[in-house]
Design a protein around this ligand. Structure first.
Ligand code: PGA
Length: 248
């Protein structure tokens, strides 16, 4: 079973029209073989329309969050319907900053996942343990329970990419070693096999996130169960193009 390599950029709350416009120009000039790699850029919600209109069609665009209902009195939120109205087809959900800075619960992330999928968005669903959880030997327990809540809310796995992002590796410059990433990805695939199905376990892309750089991406990409990346800091730099080509 071949899983197409997937590289997501997570721009977080960074950039303005000028700097993102320049980044987009650089990205548009890159060669992207869509038979080999799927690339999706996660833009701040206020710039989704702008980014979608400027970024070449060889790139997908993702929102970085959304709410669990189509519309209503939810000040400050955006819905999957609105995201799609901007020509955007992906959303990142359950990112560690949503979980740990904004206090989003597993339950809410599950509900958002169900709603986004029902409304035709692809979901980059993020999971990952904190440093004390890794040191306490409960990495598997944490990522399995986060994955279960997501899995309970998914009917069509073809629209889901699972992003394993150890919290201790995000924005810290401490990339997980290729072995550390492979170990967790392999266990997650086993979990999917046991708890969802063998077909889903074989087809779902499990991508790694946490301080991925042009220098670390190739060895990580060579791991059997690493099907791509979710890239924060380096996705705002021309270096992102090297990461897109990590598998080439
Ligand atoms: P980072 O962020 O690459 O800057 O560590 C990754 C992420 O938060 O998705």
């Amino acid at each position: 079973m071949t899983r197409k390599f997937f590289v997501g950029g997570n721009w977080k709350m960074n950039g303005d029209k000028k700097s993102l416009g320049e980044l987009i120009q650089t990205l548009n000039g890159a060669t992207v073989d869509q038979n080999v790699v799927e690339v999706v850029c996660g833009a701040p919600s206020i710039y989704l329309d702008f980014v979608r209109s400027k970024l070449d069609a060889k790139f997908g665009v993702a929102a970085q969050n959304c709410y669990k209902v189509p519309k209503g009195a939810y000040t400050g939120e955006i819905s999957p319907v609105m995201i799609k109205d901007c020509g955007v087809h992906w959303v990142i959900l359950g990112h560690s900053e949503r979980r740990h800075v904004f206090g989003e619960s597993d339950e809410l992330i599950g509900q958002k996942t169900a709603h986004a999928l029902e409304n035709g968005l692809g979901v980059i669903a993020c999971i990952g343990e904190k440093l004390d959880e890794r040191e306490g030997g409960i990495t598997e327990k944490v990522v399995f329970s986060q994955t279960k809540v997501i899995a309970d809310n998914v009917k069509d796995w073809s629209k889901v990419v699972l992003a394993y992002e150890p919290v201790w590796a995000i924005g810290t410059g401490k990339t997980a070693s290729p072995q550390q990433a492979q170990e967790v990805h392999e266990k997650l695939r086993e979990w999917l096999k046991t708890n969802v199905s063998e077909a889903v376990a074989n087809s779902v892309r499990i991508i790694y996130g946490g301080s991925v750089t042009g220098a670390t991406c190739k060895e990580l990409a060579s791991q059997k169960d690493v099907d791509g990346f979710l890239v924060g800091g380096a996705s705002l730099k021309p270096e992102f193009i090297d990461i897109i080509h990590a598998k080439a």
